[in-house]
Ligand binder design. Structure first.
Ligand code: EPU
Length: 429
């Protein structure tokens, strides 16, 4: 078993380069299936979710060639079967984007049903299904697989019941090859939705309005190959920004799009940090103490839910009592029990967490319950006094590239250590 060992407290100082966006990459890699020629994707993050997406493509019959660490050439022109193997797909929730892409390309596809919850609440896919059915597909669940099939996809007018990134992306993937016009209303406006639209358009699709509430897609018969560079990861950038503020640090976060970080910048400034914006970097510093703030997560351009656990750590060492409201997921506070072990004072009632600032957290053995919870525990380990051991780091490595190296580059005392399972068992026993 691998763990992160962190010796705190640390003050982060220096520069960190942000990788390509996970949530854009896991949508754009399946989209390559729609092209009738090879594609080249640049600024690919080296993380487990991307490796799984590439592995799925390979299993479907695509040829994958890494040109260098961040550039991949994908030839998906000869697909063997439009069905995503169960064993690989179940390891990643976003594998359901292959369904939209296969439906767009072959009018038929099957992937494993995505897992239930990984941070406490339910994660339904009813809006994906509603979208596919509106385009004329028949959708069924069979032996744990979700299957969609259409004679011909026909453009349609779809009003999503709630704002969902996943359904917006999945239905876009299918609609680019549907016959006629598709209008999607009440769509997600996240940077990765816009990035996917830009990639599809660079292949010859006709997608307009991404980044607004309404996306209009005029279906085309053929999509060509393209070379495309994935946007920087908004959440990885935000994680380092929060870590810098929490550790009283001075960090230049490079390779970012500052516009994507505005909601994060606003909250850090309100809490007492200073954020300077440059063309493709932000510098986060802090001189005075951290202050309480109230925070509500919302779909973009609101404050991202994927930074809520990291902010909870920062607020747990801020002066006063802060209130966090989770506005996207029913429940995203599974990590709070772990933070309590480190001395945080957080009370949760449904979607609301009341965070009472304490002087100091103390290091403890903790477990990453999901990806962003894991990132939050790293920040907690950096601000805490003494040693923190983070278990279940596979969750973190799904979405953060070289996370220990990057934090070490900023002065953190953090190491990934392989602990033999037997020793762990003995220690537990
Ligand atoms: N929802 C429905 N029906 C659906 C789909 C979603 O009711 O068919 C609800 C969800 O239950 C939730 C809300 O809509 O309450 C928003 O869900 P959304 O579909 O936007 O989430 P997602 O696409 O499953 C993506 C990110 C998540 C991020 C959310 C919200 C990817 C691969 N995942 O998930 O990222 O939290 O959007 O921004 O893009 C992460 O990176 O750690 C992560 C979990």
């Amino acid at each position: 078993m691998e763990k992160f060992f962190i010796e705190g407290p640390s003050r982060l100082e220096g520069e960190v380069v942000i990788s390509g966006a996970k949530n854009a990459a896991v949508a754009i890699i399946p989209a390559v299936l729609l092209a009738e020629e090879p594609c080249v994707l640049e600024n690919i993050p080296n993380i487990n979710d991307v490796n799984i997406s590439l592995q799925i493509l390979q299993e479907l019959g695509a040829k994958i060639k890494m040109r260098n660490k961040t550039t991949v050439e994908i030839d998906a022109t000869h697909i063997i079967a439009p069905s995503v193997p169960f064993d690989i797909a179940r390891n990643m929730r976003a594998s359901y984007y292959f369904l939209g892409a296969l439906l767009g390309r072959y009018s038929s596809g099957a992937v494993t049903m995505p897992g239930g919850c990984n941070f406490g609440g339910v994660r339904p896919i009813d809006q994906h299904i509603k979208g596919f059915e509106a385009l004329g597909a028949e959708v069924s669940i069979d032996h744990g697989m979700i299957c969609a099939e259409a004679k011909q996809l026909i453009g349609s007018h779809i009003y999503f019941d709630g704002v969902t990134v996943g359904a917006t992306i999945n239905v876009m993937l299918a609609a680019v090859r549907a016959q006629g016009l598709t209008i999607l209303e009440n769509v997600a406006k996240e940077p990765h939705v816009v990035d996917l639209a830009n990639f599809l358009n660079s292949m010859g699709a006709d997608v307009r309005g991404a980044g607004t509430d309404v996306i209009k897609i005029r279906g085309v018969e053929h999509l060509r190959g393209a070379t495309y560079s994935i946007i920087p990861d908004q959440i990885e950038a935000g994680t380092f920004m929060v870590a810098a503020a929490a550790t009283n640090g001075d960090v230049l976060v490079k390779n970012v799009i500052p516009k994507h970080l505005e909601s994060i910048t606003a909250k850090l400034v309100a809490a007492g940090a200073t954020v300077e914006e440059f063309d493709d970097a932000v510098r986060v510093t802090r001189n005075g103490p951290l202050k309480k703030i109230n925070l509500k997560t919302l779909p973009h351009p609101g404050f991202p839910t994927d930074l809520q656990p990291q902010m909870a750590v920062m607020l747990s060492i801020s002066e006063g009592t802060s209130i966090i409201t989770e506005g996207v997921w029913d429940n995203r506070y599974k990590y709070v029990d772990e933070l309590r072990r480190m001395g945080a004072k957080i009370q949760v009632d449904g979607k609301v967490a009341v965070v009472e600032g304490v002087e100091q957290l103390t290091g403890a053995p903790v477990k990453a319950t999901d990806l962003r919870a894991g990132a939050a525990l790293i920040i907690a380990g950096l601000v805490a006094c003494g040693r923190t051991e983070v278990e279940e780091i596979r969750h973190i490595e799904r979405g953060y590239e070289n996370v220990a190296e990057k934090f070490r580059g900023l002065g953190a005392k953090m190491k990934k250590i392989e602990v033999p399972d037997a020793d762990v068992q003995r220690a537990i026993g």
